[in-house]
Design a protein around this ligand. Structure first.
Ligand SMILES: Cc1cc2nc3c(=O)[nH]c(=O)nc-3n(C[C@H](O)[C@H](O)[C@H](O)COP(=O)(O)O)c2cc1C
Length: 247
């Protein structure tokens, strides 16, 4: 069976913290099912804030020269992404959010990770982890699932997930890793609930696509990436319709 390539993308500043521990269990499941893997620790990368210039939409790439492009390329080369972050105030870490902002607009219009499969991971002290884990999984592809763990208790305070965890947590995480590799090898048709698929289709068909094709100068970069992806059909159909209306 073919080996698949999985990137574990850690949003915690701690290389040996709770998030990496949980991600590592997911990765063990992937490795058991046959994958080669690579870690990216976002806190080690030099990534500046998004400047909100919209150049990515006009030109198809970000003008800031730092580690962003290299990290983005590594993620785009992967077939599967395990994306993890601690919960800091109900959100991912600032390091990860800075990367997500740089990616955000192009990902919205070009679906950069449309062929990828993903698992979202989050840990917290006491707060719910599902929201962060789930939204990270959705941002980085077709979600195979998500997993979270709280790590504090009244008796012991902050704990190290490697030492204290619910008995079945590593097993659940490894099963999710195996699921990720299975999904890469034979993708499921629907990984998201139907309601979300319909909402996403509605947004892209009724709002994003018409906006792009009606404003070709603002979105020249998006349109050329669509053409590279073989989506020129979308553009020409819309252009023809517009021509028909004006002619
Ligand atoms: C700056 C900061 C903010 C945090 N905010 C929260 C929070 O809002 N809710 C919560 O339950 N835990 C919070 N925590 C605890 C971490 O989410 C938790 O310890 C997590 O497992 C750390 O993961 P790591 O070891 O991978 O860094 C916070 C920790 C830090 C350092």
């Amino acid at each position: 069976m073919d080996t698949v390539h999985v990137v574990a993308f850690n949003g915690s500043p701690r290389r040996h913290g709770n998030t990496v521990t949980l991600m590592n269990w997911v990765l063990e499941g992937c490795q058991g099912a046959g994958c080669d893997s690579e870690w990216i620790h976002i806190a080690d990368c030099k990534i500046r804030y998004c400047q909100g210039c919209f150049t990515c939409l006009r030109e198809g790439s970000c003008p800031i020269d730092d580690d962003f492009q290299a990290v983005r390329s590594k993620l785009l080369e992967a077939q599967g992404i395990i994306i993890g972050s601690p919960v800091y105030g109900d959100a991912p870490t600032a390091q990860l959010k800075t990367f997500l902002d740089r990616l955000c607009l192009l990902n919205l219009f070009v679906y950069l990770f449309k062929d990828h499969h993903s698992v979202g991971v989050a840990t917290s002290g006491v707060a719910p982890t599902g929201g962060v884990a789930r939204s990270l999984a959705i941002l980085f592809g077709q979600p195979s699932g998500f997993i979270g763990a709280t790590t504090s208790s009244r008796a012991r305070g902050y704990q190290n997930l490697g030492e204290y965890h619910k008995k079945n947590l590593p097993g659940k995480a490894r099963a999710l890793g195996r699921r990720l590799v299975m999904d890469i090898r034979s993708p499921r048709r629907f990984n998201l609930p139907l309601r979300e698929i319909l909402m996403h289709r509605c947004l892209s068909q009724a709002v994003l696509r018409p906006m792009v094709t009606s404003n070709p100068e603002q979105f020249a970069g998006v349109m050329s990436l669509w053409e590279e992806n073989g989506w020129s059909q979308i553009i020409s159909t819309r252009k023809n319709r517009l021509k028909g209306l004006s002619g």
